[in-house]
Design a protein around this ligand. Structure first.
Ligand SMILES: Cc1cc2nc3c(=O)[nH]c(=O)nc-3n(C[C@H](O)[C@H](O)[C@H](O)COP(=O)(O)O)c2cc1C
Ligand SMILES: [Fe+2]
Ligand SMILES: [Fe+2]
Length: 401
């Protein structure tokens, strides 16, 4: 059955949600699935923006056939070749052999690599600034390399001022009938999920996102249509501001997140002791996470959110507690920078956790490590009180600056 949503006179949403999926990209836990968005512009000529993941292929194809009502598809625009958007490409080109396929230089080769499809003469290479006219809808292509993959481009419709933003401005979470962010709150009420999506999916490529945001400043935008999550048509400034902060690695909150690893509980207890002392010095909204129990994608998002981090970890096999090491390598991979970090280390015979953490942080940009680190041996002892107090004072002073 047709299940589409009319966005305006000429534009229809054909996307679909997958609530069965447990891990996005087989990596990021999803509690409420994800949507794969697809849009059709019908203005005499027809243009489809992206296809869909194999999980929703049947619904997507049914929607496409229903909306076209036996007419041909003239143009298929591939903004992003990742299989979550291109898995249904083969079916589309098979069923609509006359459609021209548009994408940046890399797309044709990627389609061949992934699906063994030679687009041949059908393929039209487009680049920054190229246009495609679909009746009164004049589409302008905006290169967005590495806003998730190298071949990505966005599409700006100069007629209705819609920016089709590819993976940017997306979020995790299935759609549940309501298409618009202002109708379903999914972006704003669950900003943590939008942040987790951004930081883990495109977080590494902040500079590339900044470049696209600069280009977007020159466009009058009435609506943003991403490839995942709701369509944004109100308060665009709010969303653009979040993207500006995240992509420039600017903390949203002056605040502290404490992440600890612990085998027997000693390090966890020391982290708790620090939290209490910080609170007594007026620090509010302290968030604390067990690195072994919290998915690393949530911790990456939290590290992007705040200005200050406390990392507390035991020594393991003359190295760092593995879950903490995983977190740090992930933060480094995402190019997190400009944060202040306080350290607590633990070890029963030869603690080296702080040295290991420092080594990774020093390879990241503009990370400040407070010199007042706390080393405990097995458990925090009364003799550690002075060092703990010094660490709490230094951190609170920095936060209250
Ligand atoms: C597998 C394993 C390897 C360890 N390797 C070291 C080590 O190389 N150096 C050290 O000082 N302590 C080592 N420890 C001891 C822990 O770092 C130490 O007991 C610490 O206090 C545990 O903190 P927790 O109570 O927060 O789990 C190791 C512990 C385990 C379980
Ligand atoms: Fe992607
Ligand atoms: Fe995607």
């Amino acid at each position: 059955m047709q299940n589409t949503i009319r966005i305006n006179e000429d534009v229809t949403y054909l996307g679909s949600s997958d609530r069965r999926i447990a891990l996005f990209e087989n990596s990021y836990p999803l509690t409420n699935g994800v949507s794969y968005n697809t849009y059709l512009i019908d203005d005499g000529e027809t243009a489809l923006l992206d296809t869909a993941d194999s999980a929703v292929m049947q619904a997507f194809m049914e929607n496409l056939f229903s909306v076209l009502k036996g007419r041909k598809l003239d143009h298929l625009i591939i903004q992003h070749m990742e299989p979550d958007h291109c898995a249904s490409l083969g079916l589309v080109v098979e069923n609509f052999p006359e459609a021209k396929v548009y994408g940046t230089m890399q797309v044709k080769k990627m389609v061949q690599q992934f699906f063994g499809i030679d687009l041949g003469e059908k393929f039209v290479t487009v680049k920054e600034g190229d246009t495609l006219s679909v009746g009164k809808h004049m589409l302008q292509f905006v290169a967005a390399p590495m806003v998730h993959w190298p071949e990505v481009m966005m599409t700006y419709d100069t007629c209705d001022k819609i920016l089709y933003s590819a993976d940017a401005f997306g979020t995790f979470g299935a759609l549940s009938g309501n298409l618009y962010a202002d109708e379903c709150d999914s972006w704003t009420a669950d900003l943590a999920e939008a942040r987790r999506y951004y930081t883990n999916i495109v977080g590494k490529y902040g500079n590339n996102v900044q470049a696209v945001l600069k280009k977007a400043q020159n466009l009058e935008i009435s609506m943003i249509c991403p490839l995942h999550g709701p369509v944004i048509r109100k308060d665009l400034g709010y969303y653009l501001d979040k993207y500006d902060k995240w992509s420039s690695y600017t903390p949203e909150d002056k605040g502290v997140v404490i992440v600890y690893g612990s085998i027997y509980g000693g390090t966890a207890n020391a982290a708790d002791c620090l939290a209490t002392r910080l609170a007594s010095k007026g620090v509010k909204n302290i968030k604390m996470y067990d690195v072994s129990k919290t998915h690393v994608s949530e911790l990456v998002a939290e590290a992007f959110r705040v200005s200050h981090l406390v990392l507390a970890a035991p020594t393991l096999d003359a190295g760092l507690f593995p879950a903490m090491e995983t977190l740090l390598l992930e933060l480094k991979r995402k190019n997190l920078c400009k944060r202040t970090v306080a350290l607590i280390e633990n070890g029963t015979w030869a603690p080296v956790a702080a040295k290991e953490i420092t080594g990774i942080l020093e390879a990241m940009k503009d990370m400040t490590i407070l010199p007042e680190k706390l080393t405990i041996r097995s458990t925090a002892a009364p003799g550690d009180e002075a060092a703990l107090e010094a660490l709490a004072n230094a951190l609170a002073a920095d936060l209250n600056q």
